[in-house]
Design a protein around this ligand. Structure first.
Ligand code: AMP
Length: 211
């Protein structure tokens, strides 16, 4: 299956994408994670992208489209994938169409801005493997280190309140129009984000028709 997860930053796209991808046995491709890895390793693309990420702005379309077209041509994408955080603009969605990708579903996780702002302050991430936790809703086992690789968890710089405000504005102005784009194609599925991760997963699997 080829599925897109849409949603505001902090809506739970990454968490749900990981769960559904394990269930379906297909990879999750997160443009945010790929870009953060490039920033960390100081590549040319990473250096260019850093200023956009730190300001809560989108990285230019040509950069992310290049990342995605390269990643989707990898062997592990042959049987499908879940896209987490791509596309985020109409030109990116059009580029995906031009690549000949036929999507099965686009899941939009619906969460209010108020809830997002509250959630983001509790999010903790592992800089080494990219795993994501939440101090209240999804803590790591000991609350301070990553369960997978035992690295101390940290706050993402772009989860700072003023940056979150920018990211939400960008989401509403630039990414949310993708809901109509995919609704017109008849593949948009709305899922109301629940407080408990497993409740959102149950709704997500149900709209995807996966038991
Ligand atoms: P995320 O981890 O998905 O929240 O992405 C973190 C940041 O990476 C975003 O705020 C953007 O600056 C950048 N980014 C990730 N995906 C995209 C995309 N599809 N288009 C543009 N910028 C992106």
């Amino acid at each position: 299956m080829k599925i897109i997860f849409l949603g505001a930053p902090g809506a739970g796209k990454g968490t749900q994408a990981e769960i559904v991808s394990e269930r379906l046995g297909v990879p999750t491709i997160s443009t945010g994670a790929i870009i953060r890895a490039a920033v960390k390793s100081g590549t040319e693309m990473g250096t260019k992208a850093k200023k956009f990420i730190d300001a809560g702005q989108l990285v230019p379309d040509d950069v992310v489209i290049g990342i995605i077209s390269e990643r989707l041509s990898c062997e592990d994408c042959r049987n499908g994938y879940i896209l987490d955080g791509f596309p985020r603009t109409v030109p990116q969605a059009e580029a995906l169409d031009k690549m000949g990708v036929t999507l099965d579903a686009v899941v939009s996780l619906e969460v209010s801005d108020e809830t997002i702002v509250k959630r983001m302050s509790g999010r903790r991430v592992c800089d080494k493997c990219g795993a994501s936790y939440h101090v209240d809703h999804n803590p790591s086992e000991d609350g301070v280190n990553c369960d997978k690789c035992h690295t101390p968890l940290s706050l993402r710089r772009d989860d700072a309140p003023e940056v979150v405000k920018n990211r939400l504005e960008v989401y509403h102005s630039t990414t949310e129009p993708l809901k109509s784009y995919y609704a017109e194609k008849g593949i948009l599925k709305l899922v109301s984000g629940q407080e408990k991760i497993e409740d959102t997963t149950a709704l997500t699997l149900s709209v995807l028709g996966v038991n």
